[in-house]
Structure formats: structure tokens, C-alpha cells
Design a protein around this ligand. Structure first.
Ligand code: URA
Length: 251
């Protein structure tokens, strides 16, 4: 799949369309079923976000403010050249996808070729497996927020380097601060170590609860690891059962 060459979230063309689509999807999954024809000037809309298993209850104005903050950050990311070699090689930055009111965020490592081409996170083989994991939890991709530590694809899909993670830290942390999820699931070593700022291995970080801001954090294996090592799917399922129990989602 080839990209258009336009930056994700850039002011014109595909980036703007994608941002608008995500904004509408985010509003819809937050329980907002209609929009005023014109920007409301006097009265704030009274609709509230659904609030439920996977989305936090929030007034429409608060949802709108989160979505706008994410849009501003998306544009910043699209213009970022802190890691010049990655910026030079990218087709799209990959900001993240999902409702601004998601109760749960899945944090991955970095875009691969398919994500770089499309501008969307987790759309390749690992992404398809992540979708299956989410659906096994009786959730859907549209109900959860998915993001990565790095917003640009590293060459040959190599692990992010410490300076690259440091350059992107401000972005993924701000993103999580805006969404303020109740739960974060770190997918793999890079995500877990970057978020929790630890050197512990993913094996040592699994089956434990951490906090990040107001979020409760759990770590599990990355879907790419599961593609190489299918028996580990059982352990990921154990982790998902822990997570769903804490979220109050019945399996
Ligand atoms: N692996 C990741 O960590 N993120 C993606 O978006 C795709 C593959």
C-alpha cells in the first residue's frame, strides 16, 4: 500500500480529511449523535459522552476541547523534524487513533511500513492481531485509543533509539494527558520501558499494576512478538483477563 506523500494531520488534503474523520468517529463513539450546523456561540451543547464500559462520561464541551487539543498536537507532530533522518524517510507521521474519551489506551512501539504508508497505527499484520486481541476482550478498535511511542517509522523497523524516544516523549505523554484514560496497556518492551521509565524487562513488568498520572498501567507482549512466538498468546490472554476484570468488562 502506497501513501499519498502528504503528511498526516497536515493543514490540507488527506491529513485534514483524516483528522476530520477521526474527530467525527471520536464524537460518535463518545455518544454525540448530531452536531450543530454552525459553531455554537452562546449555548454549550447539552449532549454528554456516553460513559460506559469503554468510554468515559464527559460533557460535550469537554469532549470537544479534548478533540481540539489532540488536533493541535497532531499538527505539531506532523511538522516535527526533531529526528531528521526519520522525518526525511517518512511518508506519514502516525499520530494515533480512537475516541478522545477512551477509558483504555494501547501504547505500541513505532509505525511499520503499513502504518507509515497509511498514517494509521497498527494496520499491518501486528495490527490485525491487535484487533483480534481487542475483539476477544469484547471491545472494538473504535472504542479504544491506539498510539505509539514513536510517531515516525524507524528504518527497517528497528527498535527506537533512546534519543528518538526522548524526542517523542513530549508527544505521547501529552497525548495521554489529554485523553486521560483510566487504563493504559503497554504493548512490548519499548512501550513499557518508555512509559514507566524503567529498564526492567517485559517479562518482569507483566502481571503487575503501575500508575501513570491517574491511569492504571498493565504491560503485555507486543503483537509482533506473538507473530514470532504464537504460544505466548496464552500469556497475553491472561494479561487481558486481568485488565478486563479491573475495567469491569465481562468476558
Ligand atoms: N507496531 C507498533 O508498535 N505500532 C504500530 O503501529 C505497528 C506495529
Amino acid at each position: 500500500m502506497e501513501g499519498s506523500g502528504k503528511q498526516s494531520g497536515s493543514p490540507g488534503g488527506n491529513g485534514r480529511k483524516r483528522a476530520l474523520k477521526q474527530r467525527l468517529e471520536s464524537l460518535a463513539s463518545s455518544g454525540v449523535s448530531s452536531l450543530p450546523k454552525q459553531r455554537a456561540v452562546k449555548k454549550a451543547p447539552v449532549a454528554t459522552g456516553g460513559g460506559g464500559r469503554v468510554s468515559a462520561k464527559a460533557p460535550a464541551a469537554a469532549i470537544g476541547s479534548r478533540i481540539r487539543s489532540l488536533d493541535v498536537l497532531r499538527d505539531e507532530v506532523a511538522a516535527c523534524r526533531l529526528c531528521e533522518p526519520l522525518a526525511k524517510a517518512r511518508t506519514h507521521t502516525v499520530f494515533g487513533a480512537g475516541p478522545a474519551t477512551a477509558r483504555i489506551c494501547f501504547l505500541g512501539e513505532a509505525p511499520g511500513a503499513d502504518e507509515d504508508a497509511s498514517g494509521e497505527p497498527f494496520v499491518g499484520r501486528a495490527g490485525q492481531l491487535l484487533t483480534k486481541i481487542i475483539e476477544s476482550c469484547t471491545l472494538s478498535r473504535e472504542e479504544v485509543y491506539i498510539l505509539n511511542v514513536l510517531k515516525c517509522r524507524p528504518p527497517e523497523n528497528r527498535r527506537p533509539q533512546p534519543d528518538e524516544t526522548a524526542n517523542c516523549r513530549g508527544y505521547f505523554e501529552k497525548q495521554l494527558e489529554i485523553i486521560a484514560p483510566e487504563f493504559i496497556c503497554c504493548l512490548g518492551t519499548t512501550a513499557a520501558q518508555a512509559l514507566l521509565q524503567t529498564d526492567e524487562t517485559i517479562g518482569a513488568l507483566r502481571k503487575r499494576w503501575f500508575t501513570w498520572g491517574t491511569a492504571q498501567v498493565i504491560c503485555t507482549y507486543h503483537p509482533s512478538y506473538l507473530l514470532r512466538n504464537p504460544p505466548a498468546k496464552r500469556e497475553v490472554w491472561d494479561d487481558m483477563k486481568l485488565l478486563m476484570a479491573k475495567m469491569g468488562v465481562q468476558l
